[in-house]
Every structure is written in structure tokens, then in C-alpha cells.
Design a protein around this ligand. Structure first.
Ligand code: 5AD
Ligand code: SF4
Ligand code: FES
Length: 365
């Protein structure tokens, strides 16, 4: 099969059949894929890795995604909201340590009080950093008015994972109701683009009922949507969620990890200049998961800045790393890991996706 792989890897565009074949690649063929994606990374985005300091703002969520450990229906986690002072301390830490950006992530809430709290936080982070810290939001689906308000307050990137681009599979991993509507989610990504955000999305890999064919379509979907940023990683079952009942039918964890790496590598080849995160879920399965993802094409890392006392209440999945390590420990750990992967850290830079800058022809920095 090897010569065949060489020919496919040199194509300008991959077909669905090419992607299925590459996602199934093993041994030498898999190595060739990873060598090619590493070359493309070097050529198009270089070896600089950007930090996004992550604050998991609140685990209060009005949704009930069937895979997620903090879904509204799970009564086990103690629900929290990080205080303003704690968020600003995290922002100060990010600034002092040369992180170019922060990500504020939260369970989904759209009540006025929450929307305004986020607005205030955005304004205060901008003020504290003199506009130096870039801000990404990962707050789920909101109204167009809210997206616009938060953009005006200083957020300029927004992440909404589509989770799977297959409508049928989407409704197998979400309740089938208005709160979990596939079309609204797709539309959210379009709205965010129109408003001017850098738009990020992504999928989970190794979901119950998911096939390699679905994942090949996910890659084509992300390309078609022309996203600026992607975060994707393995699905990891959580005991207190409805999907746990399918745990025995899942791919072995090692395989979910392996396919996740191939997804990162393929996306890097398909979308050469976007930002791709080495996600925490990769490290939940493999101790060197994030370094491995960097090696095959990822260029973004999200060190956790959430105060340690909240972390075990933000367990979206099992085996989530860094439960006891505070911001400084994670910083040291990640610096070492990035160097081990042969990369450097892009300190004090926003590190927006080159793809976004090219499309808009007006970099913001
Ligand atoms: N395994 C892996 N990833 C998960 N997420 C939520 N639950 C899980 C899980 N069990 C991811 C989803 C969501 C992001 C915040 O976390 O992709 O968009
Ligand atoms: Fe809420 Fe997000 Fe978890 Fe869904 S994945 S239940 S929206 S926190
Ligand atoms: Fe948190 Fe390694 S990244 S301890």
C-alpha cells in the first residue's frame, strides 16, 4: 500500500475515500502521514506554540448533552461560578507569564445576569491588560445579540464544537429537543463568522455509533466551514452520563487516541494555516498525548488557570489531568513538554490563526 499512500499524500484535495484510507493507516503508512503533517506545520505555521490560559468559569449548565459530566441532569458536581477577583487574578497570571491570550469556558447559560457578568469580565480583562490579552470565549450557543455584545466588549475568538457533523449521530449523543438543535448549532458558527470572530469548532473522536466514515466527513465539514481554529480529541466515557451504558462497545482508548492523532495530522494537511489545539483529552489517555499532537500538527496549548479548588467539579470526562496542579505547576510542566516536542513558545503574542488574517486581510495586532 505504501506507494499508494505517497501519491495520496501529495494530492491538493483529499476525497472522502482518501480520508477513510488515511484514517485507517497503520505502520509505515501512518508514519508517512505524520511526517507529511509535521512538514506542513513547519512550513506554514512554524514551530511556535501559543498558550491560551484557560479559566473554567462555571460548571452551571442548562443543557444535557449525553456525554458530558457536568450536564444539568448530573447532581453530583457541586455547582460553582469563579469570582470576578479570581478571574482577574488568572488574567494577571497570564499577563505576568507572557501568555498572549485567555480562554473563558463555561457550561451553557443565557440568562441576563450571566451574559452581563461575562461582559464585565471581558471589559475588566481588557482594562487590566491594556488590551494585551486576546480573549477567546467558549460559552456555547447564545443569541446573536449576546455574541455581538461580547464581541464589542473585547472577545475576538469563539469556540463552538459541532461535536459531530453527522445529524443522525448528533441526535444520538444529545437529547432530541429544541435546546440541542443541530441546525441552531451550525447556524451559530455562521453568525459568529459574520460578526467578525475568529471561529473555532471541532469534534469528539471515538463516540458510540461513530465510524471512520463519519470522521472523514467531519474533516470535510471543518474544511468546508473554513474554520480558523480547531479543538478535537477523544471521547472519554463518564460514569454519571447516559452514554456510559455503551462503554463496552467503544473503540479501545489507545485506538481513540491513535485516530485522534491522525485527525490532527490530516486536518493540518487539509487546512495548512489554521490553529489546532493539542487538547487536554489527548493527555487523559496518553501521558504524552499533547506532545504527540504537537509533533503531528497542533500549535496551541491551553494551560489551566482555573483555581484548583474548582477543578474536580469541572470533570467533563474521566481521567482529566491537572486536578491538583496550580497555574504555575501547569506552566512549568507544559513548557517542558513543548520543548520536548521540539517546539518553542510564542510568548506575549496573540497568535491568531494565520488563516483568519489571510481571509480578512487585516490582522488585529
Ligand atoms: N469526552 C471528551 N470530550 C468531552 N467533551 C464533553 N464531554 C466529553 C467527554 N465525555 C468536550 C465537548 C465539548 C467540550 C467543552 O468538551 O467536545 O464541546
Ligand atoms: Fe453543558 Fe457543554 Fe457539557 Fe453540553 S458539553 S452539558 S453544553 S457543559
Ligand atoms: Fe498541568 Fe502538566 S499541564 S500538570
Amino acid at each position: 500500500m505504501s506507494d499508494f499512500i505517497d501519491t495520496i499524500l501529495l494530492k491538493q484535495e483529499f476525497s472522502h475515500a482518501d480520508l477513510v484510507l488515511l484514517l485507517n493507516a497503520l505502520g509505515q503508512d501512518k508514519k508517512k502521514l505524520f511526517t507529511r503533517s509535521a512538514e506542513i506545520k513547519k512550513q506554514y505555521v512554524g514551530n511556535k506554540v501559543y498558550f491560551r490560559g484557560l479559566v473554567e468559569l462555571s460548571n452551571i449548565c442548562s443543557k444535557n448533552c449525553l456525554y458530558c459530566g457536568i450536564r444539568a441532569g448530573n447532581t453530583k458536581p457541586e455547582r460553582y461560578m469563579v469570582t470576578e477577583e479570581e478571574v482577574l487574578d488568572a488574567a494577571q497570571f497570564a499577563l505576568d507569564n507572557g501568555y498572549g491570550s485567555m480562554v473563558l469556558q463555561s457550561g451553557e447559560r443565557s440568562d441576563e445576569q450571566f451574559v452581563d457578568t461575562v461582559s464585565t469580565l471581558l471589559q475588566k480583562i481588557k482594562e487590566l491588560s491594556g488590551g494585551k490579552l486576546g480573549i477567546t470565549l467558549s460559552m456555547g450557543e447564545q443569541t446573536e445579540k449576546t455574541y455581538r455584545q461580547w464581541y464589542a466588549d473585547g472577545a475576538h475568538r469563539y469556540l463552538i464544537r459541532i461535536e459531530t457533523s453527522d445529524r443522525e449521530l448528533y441526535y444520538k449523543i444529545h437529547p432530541n429537543n429544541k435546546k440541542h438543535d443541530f441546525d441552531i448549532r451550525i447556524n451559530a458558527l455562521k453568525l459568529l463568522r459574520e460578526i467578525g470572530y475568529n471561529v473555532g469548532s471541532g469534534v469528539m473522536i471515538g463516540l458510540p455509533f461513530q465510524t471512520i466514515e463519519h470522521l472523514a466527513n467531519d474533516l470535510l465539514f471543518l474544511k468546508q466551514l473554513d474554520v480558523d481554529m480547531v479543538g478535537m480529541g477523544p471521547f472519554i466515557e463518564h460514569e454519571d452520563t447516559p452514554l456510559y451504558e455503551f462503554k463496552d462497545s467503544l473503540w479501545p482508548k489507545k485506538e481513540r487516541f491513535d485516530v485522534s492523532l491522525k485527525m490532527v495530522a490530516l486536518l493540518r494537511i487539509m487546512m495548512k494555516d489554521i490553529n489546532i489545539a493539542a487538547t487536554t483529552a489527548m493527555q487523559a489517555i496518553d501521558k504524552q498525548g499533547r506532545e504527540k499532537a504537537l509533533k503531528v500538527g497542533a500549535n496551541i496549548i491551553m494551560p489551566n488557570l482555573t483555581p484548583v479548588k474548582y477543578r474536580e467539579d469541572y470533570l467533563l470526562y474521566e481521567d482529566k489531568p491537572c486536578l491538583d496542579e496550580d497555574a504555575s505547576e501547569c506552566r512549568n510542566c507544559l513548557e517542558a513538554r513543548i520543548h520536548m516536542a521540539g517546539d518553542e513558545i510564542g510568548f506575549n503574542e496573540w497568535g491568531d490563526s494565520k488563516h483568519f488574517a489571510k481571509r480578512n486581510n487585516s490582522p488585529k495586532e
